[in-house]
Write a protein that binds this ligand. Structure first.
Ligand code: MG
Ligand code: MG
Length: 598
């Protein structure tokens, strides 16, 4: 199917928007009137530029407040419309979007609306243009798609059809099944947008919170299925008004947009992509650091052993249970301290996983890291984290472990079983994209997004997981642009006895994040504890949470560079990540930073 995007969905000048849409592989664009008005290019220039880029101009929009008005006003509207039809002829655009009127002069008279739209369509046809009439969710008298269609049907004009917009339909709670009653050839255009489920004024919701399909809470896929059953064969076009996208770089937004359409097309059976290969576990987490020593001391205190070193590069493997941490002091390291740069994901089919990622526009990283290395398949996530698809210890498949030679010191272990979860801080404008990436590309499930109060700003957090918790990644972002270095990434280590693990860590010279006494007073009010239990948590700085399934106990190391570790005991199927404790943890981290300047 043809894919298209409205220029309003991307930031920058019209030229930048067109370039970004073409580079991301869209077939066409909707030209938003304000983008044309602000452009120094003539309509002929824009037409030529689109042709050079291989983009069709699938829609010109919007034309507002046309129908169901007194005759004198309609005459003025028609004059205005004729100007726009002439402009569209120069532009080479053959479909115009007319939104249902919000004018206080409009009357509630469907027959009049049909008659005037029919006369508009007459004028349009003279210029070779067709009119697509859309019900705005906040239209004065016409606010539902079925109402708009009744008016179009009454008019019965060949140059008049309807435009369906998933936001306007789903935000009103209309049942999209009725779309199937519209003949496909009378659906002149289909605009798609998702949105988070919010209780707010629908106009504000639309202007600020639309997002790409799969990034919000609407069943956009279900709606598209209804539309396709009518025989509609026009473009799937994204029309997204979003405060973040308006500010973010156009190139990555366009790629994100097209990825969302590919995932959607696959879901409705209109795109054959390589099957998702869901990762089953975390093979390793790779930290890059300018200096190995502070990390080595921390890992040692946590009970890790440096079991192996890379044959060709300054990379050490630290192991304990199934937790594997690579510490890379290689030349590519940035100077701002340790950070989580790469994740190895255990994959049933590493090459297949990479093929799917590539089909979904993820940058594929050079396959060989060095001539002697195992040829690992890897892609870059939207935040730049490298994702390696691994087949650790499986015969016949390239094994990253083979690039390492043992130090002769086997891992002994101090109660760490493996990696419970990885927490990745996302650049502020990549949050929705990241969740869609992990879902669409990796086949993980995205959980609900939660707000977390930081003393210096609001954070949003959303976890993506596989079905049985082998891979858990918590994506966190600041609600507004912040200095990304403020919020560190973390690696949560799974233990069956967090009290013992925390004690051992302290005895080995490790230092845990101190937690204020007020927190424990509050815990005592909220939960019942056995004798001495709360005192133990207070002494060690262990945080506590409980959900409908089980209990979570966790504590944190100090931060090194941009990374810290968490010791996590997850009992009885607890599903969360201790989010209720995050404000206390963040405040404690800010306090430590203020004290140490680190
Ligand atoms: Mg629309
Ligand atoms: Mg955590």
């Amino acid at each position: 199917m043809r894919t298209s995007i409205a220029t309003v969905s991307l930031s920058g000048s019209l030229t930048e928007k067109l370039d970004a849409a073409a580079r991301a592989g869209f077939d066409g664009v909707e030209i938003f009137e304000n983008d044309l008005l602000a452009s120094p290019l003539t309509p002929e220039d824009i037409r030529a530029r689109c042709a050079d880029l291989g983009l069709g101009i699938d829609l010109y929009q919007p034309m507002r407040d046309i129908e169901a008005v007194p005759e004198a006003e309609f005459a003025r509207n028609l004059r205005r419309a004729r100007h726009k039809f002439e402009l569209m002829r120069r532009l080479g655009a053959d479909t115009v979007l007319v939104c249902s009127s919000v004018s206080p002069h409009a009357v509630d008279d469907d027959a009049l609306a049909a008659e005037q739209l029919s006369r508009l369509a007459d004028a349009a046809r003279e210029s070779g243009v067709r009119v697509a009439y859309e019900a705005l969710a906040w239209g004065r008298h016409v606010s539902t798609y079925d109402h708009a269609w009744r008016i179009v049907e009454t008019a019965g004009h060949p140059a008049l059809g309807t435009c369906l917009d998933s936001f306007h339909i789903l935000s009103r709670g209309s049942d999209p099944k009725g779309i199937e009653d519209i003949p496909g050839e009378k659906i002149f255009f289909l605009q798609l947008a998702d949105a988070p489920l919010l209780a707010m004024d629908v106009l504000q919701w639309s202007r600020h919170y639309r997002c790409f399909p799969g990034q919000g809470g609407f069943d956009v896929t279900g709606l598209v299925r209804h539309v396709l059953r009518t025989g509609y064969d026009g473009p799937l076009s994204l029309e997204v008004f979003n405060d973040v996208f308006r500010q973010a770089e156009a190139g990555p937004t366009a790629v994100d947009a097209r990825r969302s359409l590919l995932v959607l097309q696959e879901a409705v059976g209109r795109a054959a992509l390589p099957e998702p290969v869901v990762p089953t576990g975390v093979a390793f987490a790779e930290l890059v650091t300018p200096a190995a020593e502070p990390l080595a001391a921390l890992l040692g205190a946590l009970g890790f052993t440096r079991t192996a070193r890379h044959r060709g590069k300054p990379v050490a493997l630290w192991e304990q249970g199934d937790a594997r941490i690579l510490v890379n002091t290689g030349p590519a390291v940035r100077r701002d301290g340790a950070q989580l740069a790469a994740i190895g994901l255990e994959s049933p089919d590493p090459a297949g996983a990479a093929r799917r990622a590539e089909a979904l526009l993820a940058p594929v990283l050079p396959r060989r890291r060095a001539p002697e290395d195992a040829p690992l398949d890897a892609v870059a996530a939207p935040d730049g984290t490298e994702l390696f698809f691994c087949a650790t210890g499986r015969p016949g498949l390239p094994d990253w472990r083979a690039d390492f030679e043992d130090t002769g010191r086997p891992a002994t272990g101090a109660g760490i079983r493996g990696i419970d979860h990885l927490a990745l801080t996302q650049p502020w404008h990549h949050f929705d994209e990241a969740a869609l990436f992990h879902r669409g590309v990796l086949g993980l499930h995205a959980q609900e997004s939660v707000d977390v109060a930081d003393p210096y700003g609001l954070l949003r957090s959303r976890a993506v997981t596989d079905a049985d918790g082998g891979v858990r990644i918590a994506l966190t972002v600041g609600a507004a642009p912040t200095d990304d270095t403020v919020h560190a990434q973390h690696i949560a280590l799974a233990t069956d006895d967090v009290v013992a693990a925390a004690r051992r860590f302290r005895e080995a010279g490790g230092s845990l994040l101190p937690v204020p006494a007020n927190y424990y007073d509050d815990l005592a009010a909220r939960f019942e504890f056995a004798d001495g239990e709360l005192e133990t948590y207070r002494e060690l700085g262990i945080l506590y949470d409980r959900d409908a399934h089980g209990v979570f106990r966790h504590c944190y190391t100090r931060t090194i560079g941009r990374v810290f570790f968490e010791l996590a005991q997850r009992d009885d199927g607890y599903r969360g990540y201790g989010a209720p404790n995050a404000p206390v943890r963040l405040a404690a981290q800010h306090a430590v930073r203020a004290l140490t300047g680190g």
